[in-house]
Design a binder for this molecule. Structure first.
Ligand code: FEO
Length: 407
């Protein structure tokens, strides 16, 4: 766990967590940080206290002591949201001090009580404040459904710091550099992608709430954004707000000038057409990512599709329906409410077709509203005429992408 002073009277305690499935689902290849913040006035508050995934809060207590904060001196636990990555240590803390107060929204209070049996809770609403003394005044600003319903921002008036909880967060382990102004160009690229991955895995379903939360952040005076995961933004907090606006647009059909090839092949027939389509993309200078299902991780797949302005769906018919791993991926994208993408499908069939029908059922059921170019289906291996049609489809996709590109 690292300890860093981020402003006068405010410390961040941060640790990298690896080899876990985030939310029990997402394979995060590059880890994630868990950030906790301590604000000291005459009274002391901890915001989003974190523990390791091993569930040992002693690491947190030890690190508090190392920055001169006795765990027993904590008066307030600010629970910006109740998800256990931020709150799993609360019951244990009760053994150290019994008279602290938990501060959270009404929705979080219900869960703090049902998850941990806690009842010493002060419920806060929009604009409520907590004066810690020595000029440190916290105010609370609910931002429901990003991603849990109970989420709120905490804002510190003196230093103009926004503790944004999961908003403006990112996956990715942090090295020595924890602030935006310290990141090297490579680290910036790393957190750009890990931010997109985090957004696609955790936030995309809630894009409409995210947009409202961005507006709320803009209404507050902010010098520093201190999220629950990822770097702290002190040189240019507006940048991560703009990035989140861009990610929200990606979820609604925009994207980088890239194609995600979401594909699967039973015996290599559809794969031949994928190879051909790759040649067209290379010729046209379009970057692409290949996502072979079911081998690709869901985390990577959802992220790559979210950030791409165009999607190629390459999948055969299997038992009268769409090749199941690709169908499952599309259903996941639908559940994540990734809408409005320009897409083109092709694929092989043997006994009969059927993939196409299921593709449209998935789009319809999930209200995905993807702009689908007419599919190309071929019996067995793709012939010369089929490949010509694939080429025409890819070129049509590139054309449709142009109006959607947001860098
Ligand atoms: Fe940081 Fe909602 O988990």
């Amino acid at each position: 766990m690292k300890k860093i002073q981020i402003a006068d009277g405010i410390h961040m305690l941060t640790m990298n967590v690896e080899d876990i499935l985030f939310e029990g689902i997402w394979e995060i290849a590059n880890g994630v940080t868990l950030n906790s913040y301590i604000v000291q006035g005459e009274k002391t508050a901890i915001i989003d206290g974190v523990i390791g995934w091993d569930g040992v809060p002693e690491t947190l207590y030890k690190n508090m002591e190392e920055i001169g904060v006795a765990p027993g001196s904590i008066d307030y636990l600010i629970v910006n949201h109740m998800e256990p990555d931020h709150s799993g240590w609360i019951s244990n803390f009760r053994k150290i001090r019994d008279d602290f107060t938990i501060i959270c929204t009404d929705k979080a209070a219900k869960m703090v009580s049902s998850f941990y049996g806690e009842d010493k809770i002060r419920v806060v609403k929009e604009g409520d404040t907590l004066d810690l003394g020595k000029g440190k005044v916290l105010s609370f600003h609910p931002v429901p459904n990003v991603h849990w319903p109970d989420t709120m921002y905490t804002h510190e008036k003196d230093t103009k710091t926004l503790f944004s909880c999961d908003m403006f967060g990112s996956f990715g382990r942090m090295g020595e550099h924890c602030f935006d102004d310290e990141l090297t160009p490579e680290e910036k690229d790393f957190f750009e992608f890990e931010g997109i991955r985090y957004y696609s895995n955790v936030m995309a379903t809630f894009t409409s709430s995210v947009k409202k939360a961005i507006e709320k952040a803009k209404s507050l005076e902010i010098k520093t954004i201190a999220p629950g995961h990822g770097p702290v933004y002190r040189r240019n907090p507006g940048k991560i707000m703009d990035d989140y606006s861009r990610f929200a647009r990606y979820a609604e059909g925009a994207g980088k000038n890239e194609v995600a090839i979401l594909w699967g092949s039973m015996y290599g027939m559809t794969a031949k057409a994928v190879e051909y389509a790759e040649g067209i993309l290379q010729r046209e200078g379009i970057k692409y990512n290949k996502l072979e299902m079911p081998l690709e991780s869901e985390s990577e797949m959802v992220a790559a599709v979210l950030k791409s302005a165009g999607v190629i769906i390459a999948a055969p018919t299997y038992e009268y329906k769409l090749f199941p791993p690709v169908a499952a991926a599309l259903n996941e994208l639908g559940r994540k409410r990734i809408t409005g993408k320009a897409a083109f499908r092709f694929g092989s069939y043997g006994w009969s077709g059927g993939a196409e029908k299921e593709l449209y059922e998935i789009m319809e059921r999930n209200k995905m509203n993807w702009d689908l170019i007419e599919s190309v289906e071929f019996e067995g291996a793709p012939g010369a005429e089929d490949l010509k049609k694939v080429e025409a489809g890819v070129l049509e996709l590139i054309k449709k992408m142009r109006e959607r590109v947001v860098l």
